[in-house]
Design a protein around this ligand. Sequence first.
Ligand code: GLA
Length: 717
Amino acid sequence: MIFFDQQRMVFHLQGPSYSYVLGVRDGVLLHLYWGKKIPVENPWPLMAFQGDAASFDLAFSRLPLEVPTQERGYFGGRALGIINSQGDDVVSLRYQDCRIFSGKRPLSGLPASYAEREEDARTLEIDMKDQLTGACITLSYTVFRDADVLARSMYILNEGDDPLLLSDVQAAARLPLDDYEIIHLKGAWARERHVKRIPMAQATFTISSRRGASGHENNPFLALVKPHTTEDQGDVYAMTHVYSGSFSASVDVGIDGAPLMMMGLCPDVFRWKLAPGEGFQGPEALLCFAPDGLNGLSHRMHPFIRRHICRGQWRDQPRPILINNWEGTYFDFNADKLVAIAEQGARIGCELFVMDDGWFGKRNDDRSSLGDWVVNEEKLPGGLKALGERITALGMRFGIWVEPEMISPDSDLYRAHPDWCLHVEGRDRTPARNQLILDMSRKDVQDYVIGAICGVLRDGPISYVKWDMNRNMAEGFSPLLPPERRMETQHRYMLGLYRVLEEITSSFPHVLFESCSGGGGRFDCGMLHYMPQTWTSDDTDASERIHIQYGTSLIYPCSAMGAHVSAVPNHQTGRITPFLTRCNVAMGGNFGFELDLTKLTEQELAWAKEAVENVKKYRHTMQQGVYTRLIAPAPGKGRAAWQFQDEKRVIVCVYQDRSFPNAQPWRLRLSGLEEDAVYEDQAHHIRCSGGALMEMGIPMPAPWQDFESWVYCFEKV
Ligand code: GLA
């Protein structure tokens, strides 16, 4: 899996279907290849460098540098930026040493991919050094036996006598010279992760977040694809970040026209002082090459995230069907009202009742009490214990909402510790949703949050937590840090948060944690390392959700996406969609309800019950199986379809957006089936070969009304 030709100084990293090749020339680490798997042999004869290849002279801008820095005429994007004590930022990294070993080391203080058994992964570490400043870096590359994903990170150590200032820490990956299109996931609150595809230009393209969270607006994901790439064919090069804070991802097209793809910390909001002897661990980036289209990318990333990013008892467990009261009651509830909803939930087979915002302090709206994690006994007499016992007596699990990183100015916590929030002395503290952000870079604040939330979790029979974070950083600074370290705040916040998450999630291993950030504002592999699922979006409108879940599915597995059935007219769009379609869309993720079940008609309750029964029957396939997009919900096309598949069955979901006159019956072709195997959907009286389902397709009726949907379940006979 990792081959090292010591004589020629070539490293060849191989996954099941990709190769990534590096070489050392004159001490400079060069990128030689990334793409489809190639035989292990000396690739140097194929490498032609313009300029003086022997000494490189000023030709650094023509070299495929693996860690591009400011040196010897290199003018492109930088993987590493260091300002030294002389005030310049020249960094000349030269090869020192390497190690190859089985397994993968954890990244100190940061989430990262992992291999359960040593023999499932191999790691290459390469040391390089800048002699003048003493800046040393260790690059880490891990290949996995069962996955076409390469995990990369960089550790920087100051072995010099003077301090260094880090300004850029990025993973840079070169692609073969070719035409490409860029795919990224763009959004906003309630409109997260819509797929955008644009031609690559002779320019630098950057998406980023400076918000202190990966954010609603841009997801830490970039892909470059050959122009005619579809869901099922074409080369895809993708990168994502195992990090939940501000980031930058870019494509920098060099003078030869070949792109350099980069992913790392956002240089606008990051500086880090490295005193002599100090080290800095950069976040991990994941690289994935798929030679078989966007579904090929998803087929590689989904199992990787499920098995090498997500952790804990719930990782492989069927996710409980939940009923959450947020859109049903907002802040207006008491114990009896919640229990009435839970009782209906139990009647239709729900397994978990989640009490959302408003159960603590004096929180009857969003203007107070964040930080005061003490139950409001007026609403919930007897506290979490009494309510939890009433819920569990119904045969359901009990879960709660928390937003531990926040502080309301109107809270006992703020009155006691007005300095505990991120702020800039002498400037206003900009509220958002009436709240400020706790300074998680401070150890005392971290300890408070750990103590408060662990206390809450011990207070009642709680087996699920929705961990929310509803605003981004305005004055994102910690006054506790000396001025020359203030720009470290955002990253220190993330390290503090990760420490808190590690402590809390490992103390309550039986609890299922779901992360949330105003919906899907922090949907990334960093959070998924601590919490195996994320609330996909505050937009629960079925029609909108198809776009959001479709985009999210490019890299994130369906088992990571929360998806709920809500009331109509929808609270975010005012749209009315059929109850069954709302169920069929929510089936595309971790299924739940988010409405007042006591207000459903008997007919709707019957449909809800049937949907719950179906999800229970099929969730193994949907949460652990292979997910394939069949039809993209492109504007104007009017329909979308996706498919879930495991060894035993294939589930196909088809959605019509608005109907149109003179519509005709059509056919939906399935994908990835066994040609000669026979598949049967008893409910639709279809029994035929996989080949026929893939080539002829299922006959679909002409759409007759807006937002119709169909679900087919084929068992392999
Ligand atoms: C955020 C979440 C919602 C809900 C509210 C509660 O907006 O995304 O699901 O929990 O907070 O205030």
